[in-house]
Design a protein around this ligand. Structure first.
Ligand code: GFB
Length: 330
């Protein structure tokens, strides 16, 4: 794969004066993109469900024709943690396939100048080489706990490639690693590990509990990226990258789930014991993205996990108060 590389600070695409649609602006990633785009001289467009149901092709095309964005950030998706992925396979596959296909096809029909599709590092084989290079895609079986979501996201990457190849569309794909930060889902059944552990640690501290339950063995290794850093990297890619190959976006920092729980307890101020629940799945053993292509393009702006956790915990306390979330957010 050849990268259309330019020197840093030498963009190949400008957002200035453009009308930019952030699809999925109510989600954690979409809202971070809206925050980041406020620093660009562009007009940000958003849609609510009443404006267009993104799983319905005619509604997406009608909205696109009426609003004519020049740039699209495709952050709309059905997302969730390890348990949600296994519990709702049909929704994870169907909704994600429909959203991607509808938006990418409508963007082609409306002559959108640039589209950035957001995937996930769960697209890679369960036993991919680590750190995982982009060309590990489709070289082996997927992790079963998230194969539905992964197949939908692989289809999104392929749609971008196919529309580029057949119609010359400047559609690119970025693959973020596990994300966290403001606006995350704190529901204990459907969330990812980091927000779930942060909420559990906070509630254990407030209630004076002696233990905190961590799902699985605690041994799996994961990489985490603060969502505002992801948004910065994605805007960077929109301006600096054009090519058929997808680009990994990560922090390069890897921790075990046990270490993650330890640092969360430290940040939150919970000093009880961790209890591991082996009845819950571990999922993929290791998932560290090779970010050398992103670095070669000129982006290397990830904050440390501890700094990101501190910022996330402040945001959680602002949002939910000192009592935390006392009931599920479903
Ligand atoms: O973040 P997570 O749900 O998803 O789980 P994946 C990561 C690891 O943390 C697993 C463990 O080994 C979990 O068993 N874990 C420990 C917990 N305690 C908890 C807890 O309280 N809640 C949760 N949720 N996990 C997802 C994929 O995989 O990653 C998605 O399923 C997506 O499709 C996302 O790609 C980025 O990292 O395993």
């Amino acid at each position: 794969m050849s990268i259309a590389k330019t020197a840093m600070n030498d963009p190949i695409f400008s957002l200035e004066g453009k009308s930019v649609w952030v699809a999925g602006h109510r989600g954690m990633v979409g809202s971070a993109l809206v925050r980041r785009l406020q620093r660009e001289k562009c007009t940000v467009l958003t849609t609510d469900r009443e404006d267009a149901d993104l799983v319905r092709q005619e509604e997406v095309e009608r909205w696109m024709n009426a609003n004519r964005p020049q740039v699209v950030f495709l952050a709309a998706a059905k997302v969730g943690g390890i348990q949600a992925n296994s519990s709702y396979p049909a929704q994870f596959l169907y909704e994600n396939l429909m959203i991607e296909a509808n938006i990418i096809h409508a963007a082609f029909k409306a002559d959108v100048e640039k589209l950035v599709f957001l995937g996930s590092t769960c697209i890679y084989p369960k036993l991919a080489p680590q750190p995982i290079p982009e060309d590990a895609l489709l070289t082996g079986p997927l992790e079963p706990t998230n194969e539905w979501y992964a197949i939908a996201k692989i289809a999104g990457i392929k749609l971008c490639q196919a529309y580029r190849r057949q119609y010359g569309c400047d559609f690119i794909a970025a693959q973020p690693t596990n994300l966290y930060g403001p606006g995350d889902n704190y529901d204990l059944e459907t969330s990812h590990a980091l927000p779930a552990l942060l909420r559990k640690a906070h509630e254990a501290k407030v209630s004076g509990a002696k233990t905190l339950t961590v799902w699985g063995s605690g041994e799996p290794l994961r990489e985490f990226l603060y969502v505002d850093d992801l948004a910065d990297a994605v805007v960077f890619l929109a301006k600096h990258y054009s090519g058929e190959g997808h680009i990994n976006v990560g922090s390069g920092e890897e921790v075990s789930i046990h270490q993650l729980a330890d640092t969360i307890c430290k940040v939150v101020g919970f000093d009880g014991q961790l209890k591991f629940d082996p009845s819950k799945p571990d999922g993929t053993p290791r998932k560290l993205a090779d970010v050398s292509k992103l670095k070669a393009l000129g982006w290397d702006g990830a904050r440390s996990l501890e700094d990101g956790q501190k910022a996330t915990y402040l945001d959680y306390c602002r949002e939910y108060g000192s009592a935390g979330l006392q009931k599920d957010t479903r």
